[in-house]
Design a protein around this ligand. Structure first.
Ligand code: PMP
Ligand code: GLN
Length: 383
């Protein structure tokens, strides 16, 4: 089944997780952690439920979470936000993305520049908003955009430049030069920058540089993040938008009719999480870096060519040295062959560009060390 924009229905994540469940294979496909997040955060949610924080929260999110988000942006990045006007809580980054695109796209002539491959909801939301998607390719093995291709993609028709940094599915982190070029092009063509930074605390050679901190960027940038990856609670669906007040107001106007509000007892818990000491955030990145190294070494010794991600949950490997001609077929067969599930990279590209990523496969490293070790030893059988 295919949606009008070419994305698969069910999503590639649903298909591959179902395959993992059916075959009992280790699921390195869908990116979700297999360990709980910090005990304080879990306890704060239980406590909020017991305290009766169970009805509709305010439309913008509870004041204390908005304050905690503003404090976090100042502590980590030196950004000064007004928690009353510059912050909006959403049902995960997914809703933030949908509401932002629906709010800011004016009509069918509008274009949204997106770096390809991309997280699968991007093309679906661009299609829902009635805009045209203009992909800029990221290529193996460093997955940085070519600056000339980027410049050629941005025109006066561009309404939004949408980036994801650190990047899913490739694990790349955009260089400062690339970020500066995006800002320059957005200024020149009066486009809005929308940045999805859900992996902000999973940068391995930090610090993370939000594009909103670059000169000239803040005024035209909608920054999106979420609690799912930072606190290992992907099912809670607490996300947020930070931006200048008029942009936040536009996103809120849409969000109110998508979900209205969400996750009341989880909101105080995430406020507590955002106030955890720097050692928590540093430890998260360090642990994921160790997992990246373990997975990367295992994939290499199984015979894959492997790109070295600078952030996120993900590592991309080329299965061509193992004789694969098609990543989709390779991933469909992998559970039977090796007892492991992974996701084909072509699933993250538009139909006309899937060939660029023909033999590339995405593996998620956000699993327990013993699970990764088991997966790596199973993959060794491929050789
Ligand atoms: N953007 C990217 C790049 C992601 O990887 C994810 C999570 N899988 C999301 C958005 C969605 O985040 P959330 O679960 O907070 O809706
Ligand atoms: N972000 C996760 C991934 O890319 C999960 C996505 C999903 O299940 N929709 O694997």
């Amino acid at each position: 089944l295919r949606a009008p924009d070419g994305t698969t229905v069910p999503t590639i994540f649903a298909e591959m997780s179902a395959l993992a469940a059916k075959t009992g294979a280790i699921n390195l496909g869908q990116g979700f952690p297999d360990e709980d997040g910090p005990a304080e955060v879990l306890e704060a949610a239980r406590e909020a439920i017991a305290r009766g924080v169970n009805q509709y929260p305010p439309g913008r999110g509870i004041p204390d979470l908005r304050l905690a988000i503003a404090e976090h942006q100042r502590r980590c990045y030196g950004l000064q936000l007004d928690p009353e006007r510059d912050v909006l809580v959403t049902a995960g980054a997914t809703e933030a993305l949908a509401a932002t695109l629906l709010a800011l796209v004016d009509g069918p002539g509008d274009e949204v520049v997106v770096f390809e491959p991309f997280y699968d909801s991007y093309a679906a939301c661009v299609a829902l908003a009635g805009a045209r998607l203009v992909p800029v390719p990221l290529r193996w093995p460093d997955f940085q955009p070519d600056l000339d291709e980027l410049a050629a993609a941005v025109t006066d028709r561009t309404r939004i430049i949408l980036l994801n940094d650190p990047h899913n599915p490739t694990g790349s982190v955009f260089s400062r030069e690339v970020l500066a070029r995006i800002v320059e092009l957005a200024e020149r063509h009066d486009a809005v920058i929308v940045t999805d930074e859900v992996y902000e605390h999973l940068v391995f050679d930090g610090p993370h540089v939000p594009i909103a901190t670059l000169p000239g960027a803040w005024e035209r940038t909608v920054s999106i993040s979420s609690a799912g990856k930072t606190f290992s609670v992907t099912g809670w669906k607490i996300g947020w938008v930070t931006a200048p007040a008029p942009l936040v107001a536009a996103v809120l106007a849409v969000k109110q009719f998508l979900t209205y509000v969400n996750g009341s007892p989880f909101q105080p818990a995430i406020a507590a999480g955002l106030r955890l000491p720097d050692t928590f955030f540093g430890g998260l990145a360090r642990t994921m870096r160790e997992k990246r190294d373990l997975l990367g070494a295992g994939l290499r010794s199984a015979g894959f060519d492997v790109s070295e991600p600078a952030g996120s949950y993900f590592t991309v490997a080329d299965a061509a040295p193992l004789g694969a001609a098609d990543a989709v077929e390779f991933c469909r067969a992998l559970p039977e062959r090796a007892g492991v599930v992974a996701v084909p990279l072509p699933a993250f590209a538009t139909a006309g560009h899937r060939d660029r990523y023909r033999t590339l496969v995405r593996f998620a490293a956000c699993k327990r060390v013993d699970v990764l070790e088991d997966a790596v030893s199973r993959l060794a059988a491929l050789r």
